[in-house]
Design a protein around this ligand. Structure first.
Ligand SMILES: CSC[C@@H](O)[C@@H](O)C(=O)COP(=O)(O)O
Length: 377
């Protein structure tokens, strides 16, 4: 089931009845896979960010229910179709409470709920509903890698065609949008991989991405693993980098939710990168699967923004010694108040293009917003 052709890091290992996730809290120091036995484990892995990244959150949620349902089915726990349906729907409701911003989780849950209800209408026995659910969740894992490869191609092509100097393309990225945030390959990082594979990439820059350091811990790790020429910068170096290095011709980021008008929620710090891209005349590209587009959300003000615990901002994680849990090291003054939104919203007006597996969306001449509904038709 796991796509071995991806040839990139794998954060989700799955075969029917067996789900293991890479614990991203201990990367880059240790590679530890943890078994997810049920929806409680899946919910906890997402909430504590052992698994993170919009597509990976949705897939791990769906698969945690797949392994849970598989075990219960093997144990003969479902006597009727209604019992199976009740368990699946209640579990999806519970998983939806794990993290609020990335819409992929809600999109996946809505599709799975529809499948459960429609299968139940003609189901003769619980097995019909359980198997249909498991197969649909497994398909999400397969589809994600395929979609990411297409995002990579479309995005690399767009950058190459729109860069002022296509012979020296360097890009800056934020947060982690690679194999660790998806089923494999990645979205914004997938574009960087594609440029690199096709010898179009001069250099990749990644931000540290405070406070959780997805950039320095995870993206830097992926770039080194893939042997892509890359440099790490602090978040507050981005404008200086664009000023000093004209070869940085695009900033590519992922998305947690794209509203109907193209306003995009992504990792905190994305908005300030879009402002500096505009100022320096650099392309600002959002890369995401179409499951990140939420037509029910009209604009960015309607996107729920997750607040993370203050602890993540005032401490850095230590490393494990002798199998003891890492001790957090406090870096901020005691008792200081903390604001820690996990995401911000970049207005559509600052975005050059939104790249999905279905193609590239741009604004109409003279318009400040995208028509995501027309694109999805
Ligand atoms: C392909 S991942 C896209 C986004 O989910 C990513 O940029 C991001 O913001 C991740 O946030 P995280 O808080 O690490 O889950």
């Amino acid at each position: 089931m796991t796509d071995n052709n991806a040839k990139t890091l794998e954060a989700i290992k799955y075969t029917r009845g067996d789900l293991r996730i890479l614990n991203q809290l201990v990367l880059p120091h240790e590679t530890i896979f943890e078994t997810v036995l049920n929806v409680q484990n899946g919910h906890a892995a997402i909430k504590t960010m052992k698994t993170r990244g919009a597509p990976a959150i949705a897939i791990v949620a769906a698969l945690s229910l797949a392994v849970d349902a598989h075990t219960r089915f093997q144990q003969g726990q479902f006597n009727t179709v209604d019992e199976a349906v009740k368990f699946l729907l209640e579990s999806l409701d519970y998983l939806k409470t794990s993290r609020p911003t990335a819409v992929n989780l809600f999109d996946a849950a809505a599709k799975l709920e529809y499948l459960i209800k429609s299968t139940a209408e003609t189901a003769q026995e619980p097995a019909n509903v359980i198997i249909a659910y498991i197969e649909a969740a497994e398909q999400m894992l397969i589809d994600d890698v395929k979609d990411n490869k297409n995002i990579g191609k479309y995005g690399a092509d767009y950058i190459t065609k729109n860069a002022k100097n296509p012979d020296a393309i360097s890009v800056l990225t934020h947060c982690n949008t690679g194999s660790l945030a998806t089923a494999g390959w990645g979205t914004a990082l997938g574009i960087i991989r594609d440029l690199h594979e096709n010898k179009k990439l001069e250099h990749a820059y990644c931000t540290e991405t405070r406070p959780y350091n997805q950039g320095s811990r995870l993206t830097a790790y992926e770039l080194v693993y893939e042997q892509i020429p890359a440099t790490l910068v602090c978040d507050n170096m981005a404008s200086a980098l664009l000023k000093q290095n004209p070869n940085v011709q695009a900033i590519v980021v992922g998305a947690d939710r794209v509203a109907a008008n193209g306003d995009t929620a992504n990792k905190i710090g994305t908005y300030q990168l879009a402002i500096t891209a505009k100022y320096h005349g650099v392309l600002f590209i959002v890369a995401a699967p179409s499951t990140s587009i939420d037509l029910k959300t009209k604009g960015g003000n309607d996107i729920p923004i997750e607040q993370r615990p203050a602890e993540e901002l005032v401490t850095v994680a230590g490393v494990r010694v002798n199998d003891n849990e890492p001790t957090a090291i406090r870096t901020a003054a005691a008792e200081i108040d903390v604001w820690n939104p996990s995401f911000d919203v970049t207005p559509a007006s600052l975005i050059s293009a939104i790249v999905t597996e279905k193609g590239v969306v741009v604004k109409k001449e003279g318009e400040d917003v995208f028509d995501m509904a027309a694109f999805l038709k």
